[in-house]
Design a protein around this ligand. Structure first.
Ligand code: PGA
Length: 243
């Protein structure tokens, strides 16, 4: 099933400078030997140069965000039109965008539509906060994020389940908890989409997620900034998934 081909996606967030970004991209290109899908998400100013470095390799490029309009007086924003020729993917609905930039499901919905309109594949992030989980509302939150962000959209897109409390904390979800949430996501959507896990993934814990048939890969933050670690995650995933 091509649409569920394992994917390891590296979200570089607001890190690195141009020189380090190109070095990292070059090392990933050099070291990549596995036949699963790999995508990297550098900051906007590095996209075109990184594209040049990875050309001739199977590595896909993605953006960390886009705006939901094509053009106009939106100071500081980046239109999908500006990146659609070089980016195959875009991360949308990330919890950091929701928290620091006040993006709600309505805005995420507009961005998902815009990405699809321009042929950019969204990776839609959903996940509960620690207090939601403690109050027993984790699934309710996930369901409302999915329904709100995907309102009137039936395209088969990639979802990343990222419990907020596991992001950047060094404390990943337990494999079985991620599995339970991802099964729930599949049930809510009622269609066969690719679903990733994200939150403190590294090369030593990736197997606890991808060993489940329901979990198709990972969205990796911190560990995607070190080539050896990132390539280790890719290699382990390929082994476990039998590629
Ligand atoms: P992390 O970030 O791997 O550093 O926890 C994951 C993410 O934000 O996608």
């Amino acid at each position: 099933m091509e649409h569920r081909r394992p994917l390891i996606a590296g979200n570089w967030k607001m890190n690195l400078n141009l020189e380090r970004a190109l070095k990292l991209a070059g090392e990933i290109k050099e070291g990549l030997s596995d036949d699963i899908e790999v995508a990297i998400f550098p900051p906007f100013p590095f996209l075109f140069e990184v594209k040049r470095v990875i050309s001739g390799s199977p590595i896909k490029l993605g953006a960390q965000n886009i705006y939901h309009e094509d053009e106009g007086a939106f100071t500081g924003e980046v239109s999908p039109i500006m990146i659609k020729d070089i980016c195959e993917y875009v991360i949308l609905g990330h919890s950091e965008r929701r928290l620091y930039f006040k993006e709600d499901d309505n805005m995420v919905n507009r961005k998902v539509r815009k990405a699809l309109e321009h042929g950019i594949k969204p990776i839609l992030c959903v996940g509960e906060r620690l207090e939601d989980r403690k109050e027993g509302r984790a699934f309710e939150v996930i369901k409302s994020q999915l329904e709100g962000s995907l309102r009137d959209i039936d395209a088969s897109i990639t979802i990343a389940y990222e419990p907020v409390w596991a992001i950047g904390t060094g404390v990943p979800a337990r494999g079985e908890d991620a599995l339970e949430a991802i099964k729930f996501i599949r049930e809510v959507l009622g269609r066969d989409v690719r679903v990733l896990y994200g939150g403190s993934v590294n090369k030593d814990n990736i197997a606890q997620f991808v060993r489940y048939e329901e979990i198709d890969g990972a969205l990796v933050g911190g560990a995607s900034l070190r080539s050896e670690e990132f390539l280790g995650i890719v290699r382990r995933t390929a082994e476990v998934k039998g590629f």
